[in-house]
Design a protein around this ligand. Sequence first.
Ligand SMILES: Cc1ncc(COP(=O)(O)O)c(C=O)c1O
Length: 360
Amino acid sequence: MDYTSQAETVVTSDIMTPAVIIDTHTVQKNIDKLQGHCDQHGISLRPHIKTHKLPSMAQRQIKAGAIGITCQKIGEAETMADAGIKDILITYNIIGDEKLHRLAKLAQRCTLSVVADNAYVVDGLAKTFVRADHPLEVLIECDTGANRCGVQSAEEALGLARLIHNASGLTLGGLMTYPPMGDQVRVNNWLKQAKDLLIANGLPCPKISSGGTPNMWRSQEVSVATEHRSGTYIYNDRSLIQAGLCRIEDCALSVRATVISRPTDDRAIIDAGSKMLTSDLLGMEGFGLIKEAPDVKITSLSEEHGILDLSNSKWSPKVGDQIHIIPNHACVVSNMVNHVYLVNDNHIEKTVVSARGLVT
Ligand SMILES: Cc1ncc(COP(=O)(O)O)c(C=O)c1O
């Protein structure tokens, strides 16, 4: 598919609110900064595209030096393969005949790897790929403390590694984890113990994939890892400002909204509600950071209305004023809209978010 045909040049007055605006200078700075960090420490970077869902952004990341991309869902991976992305890791247990069939077709047009954390998943993959031209690479997902998916011990990893290694359509890629924030030493010890056990039992463990934006500047502390997967770093968001991991000016994505009502002196209503900003609080108060008035809280949302509390602020926007909001969580906002606007100094491009809504 030609993704350039899904982009059109527009002028600022064409942008109807609410709209997602992406500052491409800041995007490039964020990409280059993390790529530089990974290069400096000899870690391969495999960005997660769930944050942007845009082939053009994945291509920027690869051009800067990323070895490939991470996707969570087959639909995302299919879209990225359509755009010519060659190396894709899907970090999700794939279950069900239809999805396995799609996976087999996808594997014919890119270098594909997947993860598994249980025998049921390995069995489905093994049956699907038994007669494939190339074996499918499978990494074992490990729960190193984030309490999501993943085998619970090195011994459990060994059991699954044997199953993968002995399946004729599969090849054992190594280990993968989505780590908890902060505890790099524990994550490293966990993975090292599992790797050592695999090797002591004559099994290969060529790759160890860790990740996360909160951990990215300390990715080298998981010294056993060969690659790092970050997603949110490309845009950043309010949750990362709150965690002290970036500044307002590092946030590339904002929601442009219009003040549509001033029912009282201390209340303003904007045209962005939960269908734009989403209900994600990520432990914070309020539904985003207003760049024009950081002291003003977006106290509540209905689907298409955002309610601003002006009682503690001198700022008094008028009906018709436009504001820009850094959302609490950028990745979910990307999934809410058909188009985003890519903006730099003198150019605005309206682009289709081609992988939005692809959750299977
Ligand atoms: C498996 C996996 N890898 C990488 C990432 C990227 O993490 P972040 O959003 O912290 O950059 C995620 C995020 O959910 C993930 O689930």
